[in-house]
Write a protein that binds this ligand. Sequence first.
Ligand SMILES: [Zn+2]
Ligand SMILES: [Zn+2]
Length: 407
Amino acid sequence: MKSVRALIQAVWFNGFQSILPKVFLGYSLVYSPTDIMVYGYNFHVLPGVVILIKVLGNRQRLDEFIDFTNKFHPSIKFTVEISDSSNVFLDTKSTLRDGGIHFDLHTKDTDSHLYLRTDSCHPPHVFKGIPKGLATRIRRICSSDDSFHLRSKELSQRLCHRGYNAKSVHESISAVQRIDRQDLLQYKPKSLGSRIPLVTTFHPTLLGISAILKDNLSTLHQSKRMKKIIPSPPLVSYRKPRSIKDHLVRSRLDNPKPVGSFSTCTNKRCKLCPRSQTTSTFKSTNTGHEYKILTNVSCKSRNVVYLITCRVCQKQYIGETEDGLNMRINNHRSSITTGKMNLPVAQHFNQDNHSWEDMEVVPIDHNVSWTIDQRVAKENFWQYTLKTIEPDGLNKRSDTLHMSRKY
Ligand SMILES: [Zn+2]
Ligand SMILES: [Zn+2]
């Protein structure tokens, strides 16, 4: 039985990766073929996908298969290249000729060859490297000098069209041409340089930095220790600066934060209600920053981080509680009225001109599923964020380690 090799191409659309296996599974279910083998697909050939299949049947079976794949989904269009003498894979076209296989460069008709323009903001070595790299690729792929000449001539025209200097492009191609193809096909392990890299964001004014480093190396080498650590000038590596695209386009979608609020319970017996009011925000008296309450929370909510503000001197305290917030505030009240002076809140509201009524409370963070560690971590976070640790606020430094489990 004669086998037919085919290269199927399809236009890309979202979800292709999940649909493709279904196409083949669907085909297997309908035709239960044993004569079509898919031996690879490549998703990296955007905007399409290349599927290599081998048909161990006749041409009719292949046509049936193509017909089936094109009916599977209205958004997928498969095209097929069938040949007995040549085969295209990625950027290589291999042809059977004169009893041997000849390799040539393959580019799609739709390829627009948009090489980096020379007026783009890049270090000069990048523009030197591009012609050399592309010529090297052609040298590796093309098995005959004729095809190398043809493809490098095309390359030269395309590069000049993108603003490259014709003379330097010609020099790069000539230099590559002088290298033996077999030599280029050998794998060469990269040597790890010992020079210390100096990584900096690229800016055209930085181009003299290598020379500056070289010039000042002698100063650095006056120290024996530095000479040992940095024996040769650091290797300058540029990182890509923010492009116009980076400024204009964000990869993150706007994800509006959930909005919550604190609502008082208005129960006459509630000890918290008189000390607070319904609000959706809270403010640091130290930094002046205002924050939004992100969850809905009430007087009776459990697992809460709360903020106490002194109405007299604006000092703030952050605490956490596993019990209902109203119970926790009631405990604060009793510690104040009974004068438990070892506790920071009781100590503060027992000062002159202060009383328990000067306390204003707002729950700022809440999650019913917090563990104690998570709640304490949140409490620490808010203490640092709102700057409530002494001397700025009322939280003791030790509080941040052993949270206010005591009243
Ligand atoms: Zn209440
Ligand atoms: Zn105060």
